[in-house]
Write a protein that binds this ligand. Sequence first.
Ligand SMILES: Nc1ncnc2c1ncn2[C@@H]1O[C@H](COP(=O)(O)OP(=O)(O)OP(=O)(O)O)[C@@H](O)[C@H]1O
Ligand code: SF4
Ligand SMILES: [Mg+2]
Length: 326
Amino acid sequence: MSAQGRIVLDVRGLTIGLAHAGRARPLVDDLSFEVAEGEMLAFVGESGSGKSLTAAAIFGLLPFGVRRLAGSIHLHDTVLTALPEPALRARRGRDMGLVFQNPLTALNPSRGIRAQIAETYRVHRGGTRRAAQKRLRALLTEVGLAHAADGPETYPHQLSGGMRQRAMIAMALVCDPTLLIADEPTTALDVVVQAQILDLLARLRRERGLAVVFITHDLALAASRADRILVLYAGRGIEEGRAADFFEAPRHPYSRALRDAVPPLHGHGGRLAEIPGLPPGPGALPAGCRFAPRCPNARDDCRQNEPAMRRTEPRFACFHPCPEAP
Ligand SMILES: Nc1ncnc2c1ncn2[C@@H]1O[C@H](COP(=O)(O)OP(=O)(O)OP(=O)(O)O)[C@@H](O)[C@H]1O
Ligand code: SF4
Ligand SMILES: [Mg+2]
């Protein structure tokens, strides 16, 4: 799948559902993907497609009442899904960093950002206060928050949206993890700040071999920044491919519609709201292919069986894909 370095994250058959779901469909259904050293994989999908739950499952942070029902998650040689909670907690923050969709949920509003980031470092890495301060100073400079490294503490509410995201990224990176999952890290930011943050992630991938999962609604942004794109629809992976090729001819009708919804010149902001209809809710899955009610290519067989993701390239899950030519 990946032409890059060794595999950092390997997710197989991940299935997530409500603990007491009855006959409701899983929220994430048989999802598999991998991310290599230095690589960026983008998850693209509309609201509710399961992007954040997948990130939460990797970190062992699924919300109350939601469970991993099947599947395995490997980080290098460690089977995360076999670890007891204390061991998983030790890996979190140290080997893998998470930038949350909303930084205010992750930053403690009543504590200064230096204190919060340094504490994360000392909890996972130990060492002296002086060592933590040194690491903190280098890191704040690296993420463009050098002004917060000295003088009076800076509190989250004193920072702009972009600066808060940088503080979150600093917190996620302070222990030098090998994997970073960034859940919509730039959605609320203006285009210039968005570009700065993505440039920062690109540099960390190059310099440290950081593996990144970048979660976004924005296909054009994903195509311009990631190595590979995984499109999710109603909890399923429905197409995966090299970002460089993705705009040319996505094969799954949903990906094609997503691509066509992006304004010309690959401008940002293409959204599935422009495709007629809505994705099915968890309790209302149609028989057969879950995209059938919205699909221009749907035929009778689509309403009987659910297509599986092809194991070889090109990878998509569809009985009647769009033609190879654009
Ligand atoms: N705590 C929860 N309890 C019950 N259902 C949940 C919970 N969290 C998420 N879900 C459901 O799981 C599905 C996937 O949610 P998820 O948050 O992963 O979507 P997402 O792709 O991240 O969407 P968005 O783009 O809006 O952030 C949705 O149907 C959502 O309603
Ligand atoms: S399997 Fe059929 S309904 Fe589903 S996306 Fe492909 S053509 Fe459309
Ligand atoms: Mg989300």
